[in-house]
Design a binder for this molecule. Sequence first.
Ligand code: HEM
Ligand code: HEM
Length: 182
Amino acid sequence: MTIPASSYRPPARWLHWIMALLVLLTIPAGMLMVQEGISRPLQNTLFVFHKNVGVLLGLLVVIRLLYRWRTPPPPEPAHLPAWQARIAGLTHALLYGLLVIMPIAGYVRVKAGGFPIESLDAIGVPALVPRSDALAEIAKSIHFYGGVAIAILVAMHIGAALHHGIIKRDGVFSRMWPRTAR
Ligand code: HEM
Ligand code: HEM
């Protein structure tokens, strides 16, 4: 199997698509579970899902950033205008930043608030932050505004990716899509 130097390598692609799927489930779950009027069992299920998948995303982003550091991504395609390459680079950097901040803020919000994180509790990971309502409130605000920001950036990102994949068909989409790695 030969992978052109202009494409993402398979581990980068798999990490991208697994995380994309999980983020695209985590954001709506987070938004829905805080709505008033949804049934209690559904709310509980969404909370358990959101918190634990959020923690998994936190672990995956660390693996992904370490992999990216060891195996740098391909350069932006030469045909892209410089301003588009800059916006893409900035969007990706902000997405990575938020993928780090959101799990941390969520973790602090929950643990400082005195609530469980089922997966971590089950394997005996002790709370890494003290119980503090003030700290929980700060983390809650960061998580809220971060959630708005990541939702907007993901929408922009998907719009741009689909524009390249469906309308321009200029190879930017297939750099990330697993099919071309075969
Ligand atoms: C249907 C959904 C999505 C599509 C079609 C898509 C598509 C793509 C494509 C084509 C690239 C490569 C761009 C390039 O080569 O310049 C890319 C990169 C990237 N995507 Fe997505 N994406 C999606 C969802 C997401 C989500 C939900 C996230 C995370 C919040 C995300 C985070 C990233 C990041 C951080 C990069 C940069 C990779 C790097 O250079 O290390 N993507 N995406
Ligand atoms: C990439 C990972 C994550 C994303 C994208 C994300 C996104 C969101 C979004 C969009 C909301 C709804 C907005 C709001 O009301 O705050 C939310 C709420 C929430 N998230 Fe996350 N989240 C992530 C990780 C986590 C983690 C790891 C935890 C805890 C372990 C967590 C705990 C919560 C809680 C408790 C709420 C309800 C808000 C509150 O009342 O405090 N999240 N999240």
